[in-house]
Design a protein around this ligand. Structure first.
Ligand SMILES: Nc1nc2c(ncn2[C@@H]2O[C@H](COP(=O)(O)OP(=O)(O)OP(=O)(O)O)[C@@H](O)[C@H]2O)c(=O)[nH]1
Length: 395
């Protein structure tokens, strides 16, 4: 499963984001517990399910379908402990490093309302600049990765020379477990444009910075967007950084809890909700819901939580959704479950890649694939498209 790391200094709303994103009405059978570990949980990205287009009722197994919206599980990791100076050893434990290593994309949560100082202590709203938070988070992640390569640089160079191995491969091996490919290393080294042997410390930093952008991209989550002091900061963040999503984790939590209690009708990602029975709500609950509608949903279009997850997976990681089916006529598996599985796969993947993603055996015995929409055999170099429905034919 794709792993998404949530980072940020204390008190910006990481736990609230984590709780809001992992609280769901229904849970996928294979992941009965939304909380896997103390800091790991299952959240969902959303995509239009083909069931509406075919006007059929689907029977999802590895995901959930709610009113034509497919919710596909991803894993969220709350990476607590990233404070300024963390890379120098402040608060760095093995678990923390493992979390950083495993995440394929980061959600950097910042307090857009500017009501917490650099250590996360409460200050007058608007008095702290959240751009400083982005800068420190980027620096900490950069220094973490730099630490893995930089402190061993001379040894790595010697190894490549004496064993006559390509330096890209040596760097890749040094980064094993970090989720970086040899191709990523080669692509990032182009940014420096010199032979590895002549790299200075600055060149190495340029390389690591580029490698992070390619292999461990990050999205800025501008949280506490519901507060008045957040508006101007969000504009400034958006001017400076390309990937910023305003969020209100607290609003999402309130809406999801109300939906779970049957008080409102709300689908995550929606720009509004419907009150089901006004009589069941207290005055306080009603005014809280009204506040969310006026100050979050009408201003930003949604609470931003779903958008942040979707953008991390579909834009930053450039994933698409593909539906494998065994019967291309019924769009079902052997048991007759219609559109049972939705798989997240990198854009550009071929049918054989999908076969391997389903199961190694299916990959090994792959013969060809059928586009179930067109009922036509597809070429082995066909690039899978978002929302393709594919039947894999094995030997
Ligand atoms: N106004 C507002 N407050 C929020 C929002 N999200 C979180 N908060 C508040 O911010 C405070 C910190 O939230 P947490 O979710 O505990 O923050 P954290 O980043 O996990 O903090 P640590 O556990 O200390 O690292 C709490 O008082 C939350 O109620 C939000 O979207 N809007």
């Amino acid at each position: 499963m794709i792993e998404i790391g949530i980072t940020g200094k204390p008190n910006v709303g990481k736990s609230s984001f984590f709780n809001a994103a992992t609280l769901s009405k229904a849970e996928v059978a294979s992941y009965p517990f939304t909380t896997i570990d103390s800091n790991r949980g299952v959240a969902y990205v959303t995509s239009q399910c083909p069931c509406k287009e075919f006007n059929i009722k689907c029977n999802p197994k590895n995901s959930i379908c709610e009113d034509g919206v497919r919710f596909i599980p991803v894993e969220l990791i709350d990476v607590a402990g990233l404070v300024p100076g963390a890379h120098e050893g402040r608060g760095l434990g093995n678990k923390f490093l493992d979390d950083l290593r495993q995440a394929s994309v980061f959600l950097h949560v910042v307090d857009a309302s500017g009501s917490t100082d650099e250590e996360g202590r409460p200050v007058e709203p608007g008095s702290y600049d959240p751009i400083k938070d982005v800068e420190f988070l980027e620096k900490e992640i950069l220094m973490w990765l730099y630490g893995i390569i930089g402190k061993n640089w001379d040894r790595l160079i010697r190894k490549a020379t004496s064993e006559k191995i390509d330096m890209a491969k040596v760097i890749y091996e040094q980064l094993s477990g970090v989720g970086v490919s040899v191709e990523d290393v080669i692509e990032a080294s182009r940014k420096v444009g010199k032979d590895y042997h002549s790299w200075s410390n600055e060149d190495l930093l340029v390389f690591v910075d580029e490698l992070l952008k390619i292999a461990k991209p990050s999205l800025i989550v501008a949280n506490k967007a519901d507060m008045a002091s957040a508006r101007e900061n969000i504009e400034r963040l958006k001017e400076k950084y390309p990937n910023v999503v305003p969020t209100s984790a607290e609003a999402e939590l309130a809406l999801k809890r109300a939906a779970k209690a049957g008080l409102i009708d709300y689908t995550p990602g929606d720009g509004d909700f419907k009150i089901l029975d006004e009589g069941k709500l207290t005055k306080k609950q009603l005014s809280a819901l009204e506040y969310i509608r006026e100050n979050v949903l009408k201003v930003y279009g949604s609470t931003g939580i779903q958008e942040a997850l979707n953008r991390a997976v579909f834009d930053l990681l450039d994933m698409i959704v593909v539906y494998p089916v065994e019967d291309e006529h019924k769009l079902s598996d052997k048991e007759g479950n219609i559109l049972p599985d939705a798989f997240l796969i990198p854009r550009g993947s071929k049918p054989r890649d999908l076969a391997y993603l389903i199961h190694t055996e299916i990959g090994d015995s792959f013969m060809h694939a059928i586009d179930a929409r067109k009922k036509m055999r597809i070429a082995s170099d066909y690039k899978l498209q978002d929302r393709d429905i594919i039947t894999i034919i094995c030997k």
